[in-house]
Structures are given as C-alpha cells and as structure tokens.
Design a protein around this ligand. Sequence first.
Ligand code: C2E
Ligand code: MG
Ligand code: MG
Ligand code: MG
Length: 282
Amino acid sequence: KRARSDKDMLAAYQQDDDISQRRELFIINSLPKALAHNQLYLVYQPKESLHHGGCEQVEALIRWEHPDLGLISPAEFIPLAEYAGMIDLVSAWALEQVLMQQVRWRAEGIHIRVAVNLSVEDMQEGNLPTMVQAALARYQLPGEVLALEITESTLMSNLARATENIVKLREMGVKVAIDDFGTGHSSLAYLKDLPADEVKIDRAFLDGIMEQERARNIMTTSIQLAKRLGFEVTVEGVESDALRKMLAAMGADNIQGQYFARPMRALELEMDLRRLGIARRA
Ligand code: C2E
Ligand code: MG
Ligand code: MG
Ligand code: MG
C-alpha cells in the first residue's frame, strides 16, 4: 500500500464537515515532520529599556511555515501541541535553537539575553532545571544568556513545583518572567511568595487606556504593585509613542511591542543593532 501524502491527507480532511477539527488534526499530525524538516523557526522581538533606551533582552517567538497551510500562528499550534502531548518536543527544540544562536551571537560580540516561552507541562517537569543546565553545559554557555517566560495560569496549576523549579533556575543565572500577567484569573496572593524576576503585563490592559481613566488606574496600580514586590515590569504590545510615554510616566521598566521593534529573524536583528541600542563588545 502506498503511504498517503500530506496533500492527500489535507484534501481528505478538508472534505470533512467539521473543517476546523480536521485542520486541528492535520496540524497535530504534521508537527513531528515540521520539527524534523526545519519548517519551524524563531523570530526575536527586542524589548526596550525605558531607563536608558537600549535593549538588553529579546524574546524568542516560534513560527511555522507549513508547506500546505502557510504560516501558522503559535497561538493556534502551541495549544494543539500541548493537547497532543508534544509540547516538550517543541520547547526542547526552541531552547536548542536559542542556545545555538547565542553561541553565534557571542562569537560576534553580541551579548543579549534571550527569553524562551515555556508551557505548563514544561513547568510541571521535575527535571526542568537539570535539562536546562545540561543544555547550557553542552554549549558551554552561562545561565545569563537565558530567560524563561511562563504564564500565570501555568504557574497556578502547581505552584509548589513551579516555585521549586524557578528557585533552581535562578540559581543558575537564568531569569524567570511571569507572562501575560493579569489574564490568569488567579488571586494576587500568590505573587507574594513567587521568586520570579519579571512581570510582563498583558497587552489586554492597554485597551482603552488613552481614553479611560479607569483603565489607566488599573495599569498604574499593576505596575506599582509588581514593582513594590521587587519585580521588573515589562508592558507587552506597545504600538505607539503616546503609549510609550504614558507607560514611562507610570514607572514601567521596559516595553515590548511594534512601536519599538517587531519580532524579526536573527539576521535582521544583527543588521539593526545600532537603532535597537544593542551594544556590540569587542
Ligand atoms: P506571548 O509570549 O505573550 O508573546 C507576545 C505576543 O504578542 C507575540 O505573538 C508577539 O508577536 C505579539 N506582539 C508583539 N508586539 C505586539 C504589538 O505591538 N501588538 C500586538 N497586537 N501584538 C504584539 P505571537 O508571536 O503570535 O505568539 C503568541 C503566543 O504564542 C505567545 O504569547 C506565547 O504564549 C506563544 N509562543 C510563542 N512562541 C512560543 C514557544 O516557542 N513556545 C511556547 N510554549 N509558546 C510560544
Ligand atoms: Mg512570552
Ligand atoms: Mg505575553
Ligand atoms: Mg500574550
């Protein structure tokens, strides 16, 4: 029997009534091949420090150029990979790519921390710190090259385990950020004992902020709360200079968003170091 090609499979899936469910299955089924055949790649989005205007950290964001479906957003395929129990493969791949990139950048005198997004299963994994340590050792890199971003809801599913992992990662020099802060339906009480370095306020909190005083009050209070607890504060999704100025006045430490820089390929970033305020060391 001849193995069905991806094209045949896609056609069969699309004949089905429930197209969206078939699309999901198709995406899940093509993920292993995507990992093996370089269909995935990373883009890097710089963060601007509002204290000195430069950039000391970028976030790695995954992209998938699917041969049949075109560009698939991580917002679509990451939850599917989680659902299918394949997210550990994606996370390991992303970590590996970032460390290889860091070896190249450091050889070029580019010293910048790169943040990798993790999912809930990664954080529940008891040997996450050991795995990260081994990966760093393989590339002879210090923990300072790396940050890990975890969402609030991810933390809350097993706060004790997550806290244990965070403590160990920070001992290695890896920074830990709480991503999508404010969207996780969790109580604020957990923040008190959380040993993370940074809080990233979700861009949902920018909605209506230019017009509504109440929206501004929520943002100011969130920034001040996080800072009082000792976290560095980054606001995500900043798209204008007006927002940048407002957030600087509110005390935010960093902004990330299209106003400062879009997510870009490594080469593109290397060509734009001066504008981005990324120092190059001899
Ligand atoms: P996130 O970690 O909160 O990343 C921020 C998202 O906001 C990114 O979407 C980024 O492209 C987008 N963004 C940046 N600036 C702006 C802006 O000015 N305006 C607007 N509207 N959006 C902006 P992206 O790249 O589509 O990623 C979506 C989510 O997928 C990420 O949210 C993250 O949770 C997840 N993700 C991405 N890469 C990975 C990965 O390697 N592993 C895992 N587990 N999750 C990933
Ligand atoms: Mg993130
Ligand atoms: Mg986020
Ligand atoms: Mg987000």
